[in-house]
Design a protein around this ligand. Structure first.
Ligand SMILES: [Zn+2]
Length: 237
């Protein structure tokens, strides 16, 4: 792999490290750092402005075991499977493959998510269904929450972003990751309160956080959960 430093020099790390690595250049950082990107399952090396090839390579090599150990600890990505239990907007459902019983749908009384079609498409169908439900739920919740502060949400979109859980644009559009549908109810309430609060404050100021707490009293709990357990939502592909 070829690395171009900010100073214009280039060098290669072609040692067989046994893992994938992403290189980030940083004019601000003073030293080499290595971290694990759990979502992409790779190491991330931050290279400061003035750094020799030799130094970077030996730094990575000396941390090889640490990286491999940490990558091993990340649970494997999996597909949704028949009989899996999943939580959708706070309710637990069991996935039941049901090829001949009409559309993919929720049986709320019996807590079953019936999935139609061939078994080979089950993962795809469950994911599509969750996105559909997420769009409906997040739209309603966002509009209702916005009303409380005299604001209107223009559009809600469901995305598959890895870098952030949700975002709010200056056009009053809110994007949510479909994975949030699998999070506990209080986490969902927190994220909605957070994004809706951005309709009023486009920053993370004290005013902003006060509004989040006004809209959702368990906001702290939701935020902590995402920091500590958010990774769980990435188990499914
Ligand atoms: Zn924010």
């Amino acid at each position: 792999m070829k690395i171009t430093l900010l100073s214009g020099r280039t060098f290669d790390i072609n040692a067989d490290l046994g893992f994938d690595m992403k290189i980030v250049y940083s004019a601000r950082s003073r030293r080499l750092t290595l971290r694990i990107d759990r979502k992409d399952r790779m190491a991330v090396l931050t290279v400061p402005k003035y750094c020799s090839r030799k130094k970077a390579v030996s730094f990575v090599e000396s941390h090889q075991d640490w990286v491999l150990d940490n990558l091993k600890k990340i649970p494997e990505f999996k597909n949704f499977q028949n009989h899996d239990k999943i939580t959708l907007f706070g309710h637990e459902y069991t996935i039941e493959h049901s090829p001949i019983r009409g559309n993919t749908r929720l049986d709320k009384k019996n807590n079953i998510l019936y999935v139609s079609g061939g078994i080979e498409f089950l993962h795809r169908r469950v994911k599509d269904f969750i996105k559909k439900i997420a769009l409906k739920e997040f739209t309603v919740r966002s509009q209702e929450t916005a009303e409380k502060i005299g604001k209107k949400v223009h559009n809600v979109f469901i995305k598959d972003t890895k870098s952030r859980w949700a975002s709010c644009s200056t056009l009053n559009n809110i994007n949510y990751s479909w994975r949030l549908a699998l999070a506990p109810e209080f986490v969902i309430r927190y994220i909605v309160a957070h994004e809706v609060s951005h309709l009023k404050h486009q920053d993370h100021s004290a005013h902003f956080w006060a509004l989040v707490e006004y809209l959702e009293e368990d906001a702290d709990k939701g935020r902590e959960w995402l920091t500590e357990n958010g990774q769980q939502l990435y188990i499914y592909k």
